[in-house]
Design a protein around this ligand. Sequence first.
Ligand code: Q9C
Ligand code: ZN
Length: 346
Amino acid sequence: MQTVFSETQLLHDPPHELHCAQIVPYFESPMRAERILEAISRHGLGPIVEPNALDPATLRRVHSPDYVQFMEAVSKYVASNKQGDAPLIPHTWRQPEMVSPVPDSVFGQLGHYAFDAGTPITAETWAAAAASASSAVTAAEFLFEQRLPVFALCRPPGHHAAAGYYGGYCYLNNAAIAAQHLLDSGSGPVAIVDVDYHHGNGTQSIFYRRRDVLFASLHADPRQAYPYFSGHPHETGEAEGVGYNINVPLPPGSDWPTYAPLLREVMLRIREFQPKFLIVSLGVDTFESDPIADFRFSTDDFFSLGEELAVLDQPTMFVMEGGYAIQQIGDNVVGTLKAFERTSAL
Ligand code: Q9C
Ligand code: ZN
C-alpha cells in the first residue's frame, strides 16, 4: 500500500498541553509520524510519496474563508513574536447567548475559533496542517485514479475540526477534505467510517445536513469522554442529511469482542448506502495502553480491525487520526493496513 506524507507535517511541535489540570508534554507529537514511518519500512508496507502542492480552493470547499484566513494569520502572528514564542491557547469562550462579533484581540479570536484549550497554535501550525491536508488530497487523487488502497499519514490529525472551528489536536479536517475532493472529481457517494477512540465531531458537523457523504463513528460515550458535547446515537443528521449520520458510543473499557459486532453492523449499513469510495478515519487510540483513552484493543486486534474494514471490497483510503502510545503506534497502524490489504479483493 502506498503512503502519502510530507516532512513539513513534522514542523508543528507544541511543547505542552493542558491535560486534566496539569501541563504535560504534548501527546500529538511529531514522533508519532516518525514511529509510523519507521514501522512502514520495517514491515515493508510500500512506497512513501510526497503530496502534490495544495490548491487553497480545495480547503475552502470544506472550511469557511474566515476560518482559513484566521488559521494562517494567527500562525504568522506567533512567528512575529509579539507575545514571545509561546504557542497560543485560548482562555475565554462564548456561551450561545453571547452574540457580539468576532473581536480584534487575538485571544478573543482564539476563543471564537477553538472549542478546547488542548490545541495550541505555533508559528508552524498552519504550514504543517496545510501539508497534512495535502497528503489527504493527494491520497484521494490516487484513490480516484487507481482505485487502490492508499494511506494518508496525516498529522496533525483532522476529525475534530469543523468548517469553522478547531480542537482536539485538529486544525483542518483531512478526511472531510478528501471526501469533498472525491465528490468534486465526480466520484459519487462517499462513506467515512471513523474508528478513532474519540467521536469525529468535526466530520459529523461538516456533513450533517448532507446525504452525499455517509458518516459513521464508533467511539467512547460522550457522557464520559471527549469531545463530551457530540456523538450521541440520536444525532442522525438534519434536513436532507437525516439518516446519513451514524453514532455508536461504547462504554468505558470496551475491548475488541465488544466492538467487533457493532463495527460489523456499521459496515453493513455502509454497504446499503452503496458508496463509490470508503474513507477510514484511522485512530489507534483504542489501544490498551493509550495514555489518554481507556479502550482495550491489543496489537493483534488491529489485524482484526483491518480485516473487518475490508468487507465492503470498495476502493478505500485511510486517513491517520489519533493514537498516542508512541511505542506501539507504528505496529498498530501498519498492522491494520497490512491486514486490510491481505483481506481486500482489490
Ligand atoms: N488533554 C484525536 O485523537 N484532549 N484527538 C482531552 C486532555 C483531547 C484527541 C483533554 C483529545 C483529542 C485526534
Ligand atoms: Zn482520538
